[in-house]
Design a protein around this ligand. Sequence first.
Ligand code: PLP
Length: 388
Amino acid sequence: MRLPELNPPVRLLMGPGPSNPDPRVLRALTSPILGHLDPAFLALMNEVQDDLRQVFQTKNQHTLLLSATGTSGVETMMVNLLEPGDEVIICSSGFFGQRMIEQATRTGANVRAVEVPFGEVITGALVEEELKKKPAKVVGFVHAETSTGALQPAAEIAAVARQYGALVVMDCVTSLGGLPVKIDEWGIDAASSCSQKCLGSIPGMAPATFSPRAIEAIKNRKSKVPSLYWDLNMLFNYWDGARGFHHTMSSTLVYAVREALRIVLEEGLEARWERHAKASQAFEAGLKAMELSIFTKGPVLPVIKVVNIPEGVDDLPLRKRLLEMDVEIAGGFGPLAGKTWRIGIMGTNATAKSVIALLGALEQVLAEQGYYRERGAAVAAAAEVYKG
Ligand SMILES: Cc1ncc(COP(=O)(O)O)c(C=O)c1O
């Protein structure tokens, strides 16, 4: 029997990513395939590097796309910067901080965790306390903790880490393209992100950037990078050096990121951050109108809201109903499963249209479950933010 034609539903993607890609990104995906060593493709890689530097706000020569999702970025930073026995401090305030601890631990490094409860933020003072006990080669943290919705004080953590001579590693998977990420100004030595959230491309690529200090540390390793696929010496030989074969990079995925970056830079970073901030304000106004509260104790991210599920509301049936309306949000992670929703306002969806559609759908499904306040109030509150 032949399979039917592929016809996936067209969802409004308001979870923690992927967000809906811009139609221009989807058009770029249908461009002709190029070989990974074709001069036309190599030129395109250079263009992407230039645009990535602008988006990361860095002069780092060593800036590239990794051929996999956001997880690969953190993995690459860890396996290149750490060796067995190295001292490393990882800040954790949620699921992705814990994951970074796991990724660092697997290198054989001696991982010391600076942890706060889910929803709170790590301060520079906490990191300093740990560094005073014993120096560390690397301090790692998650800028935008997607599991709790908290914005970590990146500049503060980086300043303390540098003061004690550590390399600063940042996961900016959820923040890049949606709120300020200033690699050079903050003194970040290695940072990585993803393609499918605030940058507005599709899943499959991880933008990353490395300072001269980070590259020096990699050059001074005593042992080989244990992973051939994520070995930055080899990857930069392909991206920036002799252009030797490393892996068959997907030209299609690179086209998609190239178009997404073009859109980001056409809009302008400041304007894009403002658009996300406005959508966040509108969404929060809607939540307030529905008497829904945010879980996060620290500064709340504009691009992801972790919302407490009210008493008496059943998580899974509610999300199933939303999906029937082609609206996706996500459930909580780890200890927050069943207790919170993760709602993303990212990329093309940081708009009045998407926020109002989402709030309308939420009002409907909440009312269906008997959680009924003033129907229409959330949509009205969000619309008011966009008025005039
Ligand atoms: C903060 C953070 N780090 C890492 C990841 C992993 O990224 P990916 O799912 O693209 O591999 C995510 C995914 O949501 C994330 O939110």
